[in-house]
Design a protein around this ligand. Structure first.
Ligand SMILES: [Zn+2]
Length: 417
């Protein structure tokens, strides 16, 4: 039978894959089909990217536009932390849908179903299947179809040890149940990269554990292929990381510049998405739009300002008052371990403040936009690199093509040749 297995190593940059640091991934790169021009969504943050993975659509279409977003509620702009387990239910109540387009879990429900094991934020896990068509296993959100309780909820920690325990369960349970789609989304190396410098011994030790987990799934898939299943195996990541070399409090700057009335005002909201920011303008404050545009374009802490009329160029739309997408200044200087790629980070409202010298992501910087994609199975010639552009929204149509299920309405296209 046709099946698809996906392993995502959250936050893994493709330049970290080599025979010493990640032997299993390097071995897979040699036998599978690597995509060195693979790019992710904007912002390069897990919650928005998870929705793009799950739907095959850009944020403009699925409408989960960041890790932190605003919603227009009863005439007011309200900021939200998308990582919360209840955010998408709230968004459904306000906007009429959690995601505006169907997920793979929904499309595959009649065709063998989807099982997702996930060790990132609850909000990101929920984005795979907010309307509960399949099975989701997450440390605070485990459920079956229709939201039914499962007999064995996932209870793991968000670290290498928890990922290892989750991987063991994924192999023992998700793979043996042989769903059409099985997804293992590891929390590492993203989690450690936020805590220690990229390339440091602590980072590389956790990276080896993540590589070992991916290797265990590769071996399990080989056993299932030997037993007769036609498995498409996708191994990749959702975004990379850059080293934080400074902070920007964008709302404080907007207040100082007279663009925003005060810390609690809802005329203008600048919501940190790591090394990017989503800037919302209340519809009653339209007169501030051109002032804001001029101000943002003139700032030395930005590398790209995408105004409302150009949001489509980065897969966005001016939903809910979104007026500007900003990617903070990034460059290719190296950190203390010789790892290139540094960026400013926006100070967040809710998440822990990023640490100077450690990893962060969210923007359009070269290294946060260099995730991993390697595919092995029918339609992919082993050992042959594919040089063309590929995007996170291409994964869902690729998965559905392998399964023989229609992917109408998706922004991406299937990558099989
Ligand atoms: Zn992260």
């Amino acid at each position: 039978m046709q099946r698809v297995v996906v392993v995502i190593l959250d936050g893994l940059r493709r330049d970290f894959i080599d025979a010493i640091r990640t032997p299993h991934l390097a071995g897979f790169a040699a036998q599978a089909t690597p995509f060195p021009e693979f790019r992710t969504a904007f912002p390069s943050t897990t919650r928005a990217v998870s929705a793009s993975f799950a739907t095959g659509c850009s944020p403009a279409q699925h409408t989960l536009q960041g890790n932190a977003v605003a919603l227009l509620e009863r005439g007011s702009l309200v900021p939200h932390d998308v990582g919360r387990p209840d955010f998408l239910a709230h968004k459904r109540a306000i906007t009429g849908h959690a995601l505006a387009v169907p997920t793979m879990a929904e499309r595959l429900a009649p065709y063998g179903g989807a099982i997702v094991f996930n060790n990132v934020s609850p909000g990101a896990a929920n984005a795979h299947d907010p309307d509960a068509y399949g099975h989701l296993y997450h440390r605070v959100l485990s459920r079956g179809p229709g939201g039914a309780a499962v007999s064995n909820p996932l209870r793991v920690t968000l670290d290498a040890e928890g990922d290892h325990a989750m991987t063991d369960r994924f192999i023992a349970e998700a793979l043996t149940r042989r769903p059409a789609l099985a997804v293992l989304w590891l929390g590492e190396p993203d989690h450690i990269q936020h805590e220690v410098p990229l390339g440091s011994p602590e980072h590389l030790a956790v990276l080896r554990e993540a590589d070992r987990n991916a290797g265990a799934v590769m071996a399990a898939v080989e056993r299932q292929r030997a037993a007769g299943d036609d498995v498409l195996l996708i191994v990749g990541s959702d975004h990379g990381h850059e080293t934080v070399n400074g902070f920007v409090d964008i709302e404080a700057k907007l207040i100082a510049a007279g663009m925003k009335d005060g810390p609690d005002s809802t005329d203008v909201l600048a919501l940190s998405n790591g090394t990017a920011s989503l800037i919302y303008l209340h519809p009653d404050q339209e007169r501030r739009y051109s002032l804001l545009s001029d101000y943002l374009q003139s700032q030395r802490w930005v590398s790209a300002v995408v105004p409302r009329e150009d949001l489509h160029t980065i897969g966005h739309a001016p939903h809910q008052g979104l007026a500007f997408a900003v990617s903070l200044r990034a460059d290719v200087t190296t950190n203390e371990y010789g790892i290139p790629g540094c960026s400013l980070a926006a100070i967040p409202r809710w998440d822990k403040k990023p640490q100077l010298g450690c990893g962060q992501h969210g923007g359009l910087g070269a290294y946060e936009q260099s995730p991993v994609l390697m595919i092995e199975g029918a339609g992919f010639r082993g050992g042959v690199t594919r040089a063309e552009k590929a995007h996170i929204v291409d994964l869902a149509p690729t998965i559905l093509r392998h399964l023989g299920v229609a992917s109408a309405g998706m922004d991406g296209h299937a990558l099989q040749t």
